[in-house]
Design a protein around this ligand. Structure first.
Ligand code: ZN
Length: 187
C-alpha cells in the first residue's frame, strides 16, 4: 500500500476510458450500473487488447486488515485483484449504494488504468509532492469512478435530486456531478 505516482492522464481521457468500459462490458452509456454486476463483467473479459490480462475480485470479511479504514474495497495492483468488504456487498443487496458503490468503481478504475500496463505507476517516497493533481493515481481512479457511476452525459441534463434517485449515489456526489458536468447550472 505504498504511495505511487502515475503517468499523467487528463480528466477527459479518463472519462473516455470509463465510457469505453461501460460499452465494452455491455452496459448502456447512461443509467445505473450495479457495482457487483460491474465487477462480475470486468473480470470476465480481458483488460488488454492482446486478450491475455484479466482482473479478479474477492469478497473478504469486514475485519480484513489490508483494506484501509473507511474504504469498502482495495486493489492489489500487482495481483490485479480487487478485495471488497462483505458488508458493502450486503449493503448493495439491500439496495443501498452511495459511497461504497463509488469505492468499487474507483477500484475498477485502478484495474483498467493502472493494472494493464504496470509501468503506468511507480512507487514514490511518502513525502513525494505531486507536481500535478492528475499525477495522483487515487485522483485518476476518482475521476474514472465519477464518470463510470454517473456519466456526464446524464449529469448535465438532470437535477441532483433525479441523479440521487436514479443512481443511488450520495447527495454530495450528485451535487458535484451536476456542477462539474454543467458549470453554468446550479440547483
Ligand atoms: Zn485507490
Amino acid at each position: 500500500m505504498s504511495k505511487r505516482a502515475a503517468k499523467i492522464f487528463t480528466p477527459g481521457w479518463i472519462a473516455g476510458k470509463a465510457a469505453g468500459l461501460r460499452k465494452y462490458l455491455g452496459f448502456p452509456a447512461i443509467g445505473f450500473v450495479h457495482p457487483m454486476d460491474a465487477l462480475d463483467r470486468v473480470v470476465s473479459k480481458p483488460l488488454d487488447k492482446s486478450g491475455t490480462i484479466y482482473g479478479d475480485y474477492e469478497i473478504v470479511p469486514d475485519s480484513t486488515r489490508f483494506i484501509p479504514d473507511g474504504n469498502a474495497a482495495y486493489t492489489d495492483l500487482d495481483q490485479r485483484k480487487i478485495y471488497i468488504r462483505e458488508r458493502a456487498v450486503a449493503q448493495f443487496a439491500r439496495g443501498k449504494f452511495g459511497i461504497e458503490a463509488f469505492d468499487v468503481f474507483h477500484e475498477i478504475g485502478h484495474l483498467v488504468i493502472h493494472c494493464v500496463n504496470k509501468d503506468v505507476t511507480r512507487i514514490v517516497p511518502d513525502d513525494y509532492v505531486y507536481k500535478n493533481a492528475m499525477e495522483d493515481p487515487e485522483r485518476q481512479a476518482d475521476v474514472f469512478a465519477a464518470e463510470f457511476y454517473v456519466p456526464a452525459e446524464d449529469a448535465k441534463r438532470k437535477t441532483y435530486v433525479d441523479i440521487i434517485r436514479e443512481y443511488g449515489c450520495s447527495s454530495s456526489m450528485a451535487m458535484r456531478r451536476v456542477k462539474e458536468c454543467n458549470p453554468t447550472t446550479y440547483y
